[in-house]
Design a protein around this ligand. Structure first.
Ligand code: NAD
Length: 233
């Protein structure tokens, strides 16, 4: 592959799987044994905020016990050493890209280490447990804070800057994502329409594989360092 000038990378749960964080397609539509609609919709939070807080508190606490893997580290190295621009968009809510050395990650589906006030919209870095009595530091509303996660039916973050980057890149790479969750699943078509090369790195053929000019199959901890080495060659 000729060397590009601007690479846009989209990552999904598959890049963190070998660090020990479950994906949910692989677990039959369950995320850590919960059906998605029980923990990842605004309706679920309204119906049972105690359960939803507990679920995300456990996920947040679990982050402290996992480490970035060779794929996260390779992307950090790519940002440092690549002679061009690298934009990283992730659907993941973990912090393994940051701990793998990547700066300015775009978390389109939010972050476990962040809280959002449903009363005033304030967002802030938050690494402890949330509860139905947590108080927003900006507007002081008790029970306002919720996990800063984009739930199904909600608008992902940073869509304007993502769209600009995808249209401007000359290589679009998707890593460890099922191609089942929109709008992220549509980025490959946008990149292709704007004449970027497209490459998929995934454990197995994904729902979106046919859209990519090239698909490489295997574990992210092997495929990603190999591809980064090619880009830095
Ligand atoms: P997904 O669970 O739908 O799909 C994961 C994909 O990764 C699958 O195609 C699978 O074949 C592939 N995969 C599994 N192990 C792999 C490996 N070792 N190497 C390479 N590929 C591997 O994940 P998604 O597409 O990211 O969409 C799921 C949604 O779930 C996202 O919105 C995300 O916010 C959320 N989620 C996030 C996390 C996280 O933050 N780590 C974990 C689970 C779910």
């Amino acid at each position: 592959m000729a060397h590009p000038k601007h690479i846009v990378i989209l990552t999904g749960a598959g890049i963190s799987a070998e660090s020990g964080i479950d994906t949910f397609r692989d677990a039959g539509g369950l995320w850590e044994n919960h059906p998605i609609e029980q923990v990842a919709t605004p309706q679920a939070f309204a119906a049972d905020p105690v359960l939803v807080h507990r679920f995300y508190n456990l996920r947040r606490a679990a982050l402290k016990k996992v480490e970035p893997n060779a794929a996260h580290l390779a992307l950090g190295r790519l940002q440092d050493e690549f002679d061009g621009e690298v934009t990283l968009i992730t659907q993941n809510v973990d912090d393994l890209h940051e701990r793998g050395g990547f700066r300015n990650v775009i978390h389109m589906h939010g972050e476990l280490n962040s809280a959002l006030c449903s009363a005033c919209g304030h967002r802030w870095e938050y690494r402890e447990d949330l509860s139905i009595t947590s108080i927003c530091p900006a507007c002081q509303t008790a029970g306002g804070p919720r996990p800063d996660i984009v739930w199904f039916g909600e608008m992902p973050y940073a869509m304007n800057s993502i769209e600009r980057a995808v249209k401007a890149c000359d290589l679009f790479v998707s890593i460890g994502t099922s191609g089942a969750v929109y709008p992220a699943a549509g980025f490959v078509q946008l990149a292709h329409a704007y004449r970027a090369k497209t490459l998929e790195l995934n454990l197995e053929p994904s729902q979106g594989s046919a859209m990519f000019a090239e698909s490489r199959l295997g574990p992210a901890t092997q495929l990603v360092p190999d591809w980064v080495a090619e880009m830095l060659d």
